[in-house]
Design a protein around this ligand. Structure first.
Ligand SMILES: [Zn+2]
Length: 247
């Protein structure tokens, strides 16, 4: 007996100029989708990163006061590798991000500042598929991002943002969720994959604490393995998958 073949993924929409990526931690985008981001910046699109935390609780052997600034530097370097120069931090606390009104307000403010057509985030569901449990920070930030694109467009939900000069922005047309176990769309990763490897490698302190494997071998096998298996549903080319929510 053979498994049923899952349906092919559709190409991501390309009639947009500006994207905003909102995730919980340094490295979330690099593990999730930076080959797609390299492809998009190559095409002249603008992509901005917003991180809810500095990932200061991410390295067991390093106290948060030292870890936060180190991971911020690694994140800025890894963004630059894929053509992203603007990286913002919302200063929520790593590991205990709470889904709620303050988080929605911070993300809505970022959406109004940057006025993207496409918003990218990381898996907001309880698991990565099957029984691989997700972390509460990813769930909180992913859900709050899906919600905040609506908040950003409504002048009455956070009137204090309008008073700060942030006019409502109702121009987000899609939210693309990376790392979803039920993807619908994909981007060809052929051109961006090598830079995705370099980009994730910039999180060197984090990776060295995470694994005994040689960092480049670990990063390359993780990212190329994912791209290849996604490609089985995208015409056989290495690819990065997203679950796309249209608005
Ligand atoms: Zn994370």
């Amino acid at each position: 007996m053979t498994e049923p073949t899952p349906p092919q993924l559709k190409p991501m929409p390309d009639d947009w100029r500006r994207a905003l990526a909102v995730v919980a931690h340094p490295d979330d985008l690099e593990y999730g989708c930076s080959a797609a981001i390299a492809q998009w910046t190559d095409e002249g699109r603008e992509v901005t990163y917003v991180l809810a935390t500095r990932g200061e609780a991410g390295i067991d052997t390093l106290a948060p006061a030292e870890c936060g600034p180190l991971r911020e530097r690694e994140q800025r370097a890894s963004a630059a590798v894929v053509g992203v120069t603007e990286v913002e931090f919302l200063d929520h606390r790593d590991g205990v991000i709470e889904y709620g009104v303050p988080l929605r307000r911070d993300i809505a403010a970022a959406v109004r500042r940057h006025r993207p057509e496409l918003v990218i985030t990381l898996n907001h569901r309880d698991t990565w598929g099957g029984v691989a449990w997700n972390t509460p920070d990813h769930v909180a930030v992913g859900r709050a991002t899906l919600d905040a694109v609506g908040d950003a467009g409504n002048r009455w939900i956070f009137p204090e943002l309008t008073e700060r000069g942030l006019a409502p922005w109702n121009g987000v047309r899609w939210v693309a969720v990376a790392g979803s176990s039920t993807p619908t769309h994909a981007v060809d990763a052929t051109a961006g994959l090598e830079r995705a490897v370099r980009s994730l490698l910039e999180h060197r302190a984090y990776i060295e604490a995470l694994t005994d494997e040689e960092p480049e071998a670990y990063v390359r096998s993780f990212l190329t393995g994912n791209a290849r298996s996604t490609g089985e549903r995208f015409g056989g080319v290495p690819a990065v998958a997203f679950e796309l929510f249209s608005r």
